[in-house]
Design a protein around this ligand. Structure first.
Ligand code: M6R
Length: 609
């Protein structure tokens, strides 16, 4: 969603701000702006559209000064426009603010401030912040910010800058991420690490309810009452190169190709040397713990939800504990039945998705044990959950999630096996079989990635169709859901995934001559039934692209084209079957000339409900 950057030091601030915002472009936005303090005044420049438009507007006239803040806005309150873009200022131009999230009580505050004579220029909730600051300021910037923080409700990360108190940025957060990068004689603020990683790997990750005063020589952190907080420096364990495209045309393609490496990292140190069992040292659960879990919820959004669906299958099959999988934005509003015998597993690549975070808090409030599966160390979700299993996929920049999905599947499988080991619900030989299969997966993904030419051809051939259907049964259906989300989000093709057996209950009416149907048929236990469903769509003259295991010789008799993936256990094959679907989505988006890494209306990290 929105991106925040801040700089205070001896360099020209605008240079860092524009470069930092560029690194946050992947988060999704529709306008951008910067504010720079030149020692006397604050110059604010903003523009609707991409950063390129802001840069064009600035031309050679870049704001001068060594302290500044910047923002990329993803519109919520008020349409994308120059006026609604951040930074926002007070009436006198003494205070400027950038903000991610939503100020829920802004209408009441705005009404109060308007009555007191404040003039508002935008439709945003954010603009109440500088006006409120102006209203309560009586010579002490920090005290005034504390007062503002006490009065606002909602979710936010905010940076405040004042011309009345030069050399000082103040920031705070609640349910939205904010990091402070520690430099030498300079310090940085950002809503996400890629914005600062080229300058420093030493950071403070702010927690909810903390406020930081950042100058070029130091950072002091306190709570809203002003009581100092000692915080540990968090050393980021990846570098600037990991957040670059590394020769690939898009981050998405790079991340698809990084999957073998990412899966190896997820598996690393989590398998016994003799391949006999799974080790999850971070959990150290015992029989008493597992026996105390009578029901599991897996809660997530989007792609992470699709990984959760596969997780449900794994855990129920291996550990024989009932699992419900829920969309996070639905979960908390449906009064879920939770007690202290419930384990809630939340899955989130970013660890910042607000719906997932809220669901996690609700599950905790109702007494559930909680576990987070996330990729981002120190993220809000990682900190909120009782326990965490990291996916270790490395930074994922493209909006379309790829390596995060495969590594989430790996963690789901490890969890299923781990619980089964403790419960004794799966024969030892079966555990060994799956563990051995798992170890082959990175090499098998690499092999799948080599066979890209037919996928490029299909993408060119069918990339201009307006509708595509995905069908499958059992785990293939879960993969179909993910394949269809990938295609629709980056190529804007209307794609729907159906449980193949459900077609004749309504959807078959939509199957017409030449309509592409992608049929995933890797699950042996339902193979014959899937074939019957494929025949049903073929009988309506659909064009069928099948996904099957390399040993399959049947599917090509019925499908128009077949993409083969290496042979593995049917539990593991989703890890391979999803790869051609990711590539198909990517090349279809290329065929249609779409902005692959930054699809319209979407953001990488969804921090509003
Ligand atoms: O960071 P999260 O895993 O919590 O994000 C959840 C979804 O927003 C995310 O998976 C989204 O669906 C992706 N754009 C899909 O590619």
């Amino acid at each position: 969603m929105c991106g925040i950057v801040g700089y205070v030091g001896d360099r020209e601030a605008a240079q860092f701000l524009l470069e930092g915002l560029t690194k946050l472009e992947y988060r999704g936005y529709d306008s951008a702006g910067v504010a720079v303090f030149d020692g006397e005044n604050i110059r604010v420049e903003k523009s609707v559209g991409r950063l390129a438009e802001l840069k064009e507007k600035l031309g050679g006239n870049i704001p001068v000064g060594t302290m500044g803040i910047g923002h990329t806005r993803w519109a919520t309150h008020g349409r994308p426009s120059d006026l609604n873009s951040h930074p926002h200022t007070d009436c006198a131009g003494d205070f400027v603010v950038v903000h991610n999230g939503i100020i829920e009580n802004y209408l009441a505050l705005k009404e109060e401030l308007v009555k007191k004579g404040h003039k508002f220029l935008s439709e945003t909730d954010t603009e109440v912040l500088p006006h409120l600051l102006e209203e309560v300021y009586d010579g002490d910037f920090e005290a005034a910010v504390r007062e503002v923080l006490h009065r606002i409700e909602g979710s936010y990360s905010i940076v405040f800058m004042s011309r009345r108190d030069p050399g000082k940025l103040i920031c705070s957060k609640q349910d939205n991420p904010l990091v402070i990068g520690l430099g030498k004689g300079e310090n940085f603020i950002a809503s996400d690490i890629p914005a600062i990683i080229a300058h420093t790997r030493r950071t403070y990750i702010l927690s909810d309810g903390e406020m930081a005063v950042v100058t070029k020589v130091g950072v002091s952190i306190m709570n809203y009452a002003g009581v100092p907080i000692r915080k540990k420096v968090f050393e980021v364990n990846w570098n600037a190169e990991a957040a670059e495209k590394g020769g690939f045309e898009h981050f998405m393609l790079k991340e698809i190709h990084e999957q073998p490496k990412a899966v190896r990292a997820t598996l690393s140190a989590r398998i016994e040397k003799d391949e006999s069992a799974v080790v999850l040292e971070e959990l150290a659960w015992d029989k008493a713990f597992i026996d105390g879990v009578h029901r599991i919820f897996i809660v997530a959004c989007g792609t992470a939800y699709h990984a959760g669906l596969v997780g449900k299958y794994y855990i129920e099959n291996m550990a024989r504990i009932p699992v419900e999988c829920d969309i996070a934005s639905e979960f908390r509003y449906r009064s879920p039945i939770i007690d202290d015998h419930t384990l809630t597993i939340v899955v989130s690549q970013s660890g910042e998705t607000i719906d997932t975070l809220a669901a996690l808090k609700e599950a905790k409030r109702l007494g559930s044990k909680t576990l987070a599966v996330t990729n981002v160390v120190g993220s809000s979700i990682a900190r909120e959950a009782d326990q965490v299993v990291y996916t270790w996929a490395g930074p994922e920049i493209a909006v379309a999630s790829t390596k995060a999905y495969t590594t989430q599947l790996i963690v789901m499988l490890l969890l299923g096996l781990y619980m089964a080991q403790i419960r004794g619900s799966l024969p030892k030989e079966r555990i060994v079989e799956l563990v051995r299969g798992l170890k082959e997966i990175p090499t098998q993904i690499s092999r799948t990635l080599e066979d890209v030419d037919p996928i490029k051809t299909f993408a060119r051939q069918y990339g201009f169709n307006e509708h595509v259907f995905f069908i499958g049964r059992s785990l293939d259906y879960d993969v179909a859901l993910e394949g269809s989300l990938k295609l629709k989000e980056i190529s804007y093709i209307h794609a729907e995934a159906y449980a193949a057996g459900e077609l004749k209950h309504g959807t078959l009416a939509l199957i017409v001559d030449s309509l592409p149907v992608i049929a995933i048929a890797t699950q042996k236990s339902v193979y014959e039934k899937t074939l019957s469903n494929i025949k049903e769509v073929k009988a309506r003259d659909a064009v069928v692209i099948g996904i099957a295991s390399v040993t399959d010789t049947e599917l090509e008799k019925y499908a128009d084209h077949v993409i083969k993936v290496p042979e593995t256990d049917e539990m593991l094959i989703p890890l391979l079957a999803v790869v051609p679907l990711q590539l198909l989505a990517y090349y279809a988006a290329i065929t249609r000339g779409c902005d692959v890494d930054k699809p319209r209306n979407l953001a990488k990290s969804v921090t509003v409900e």
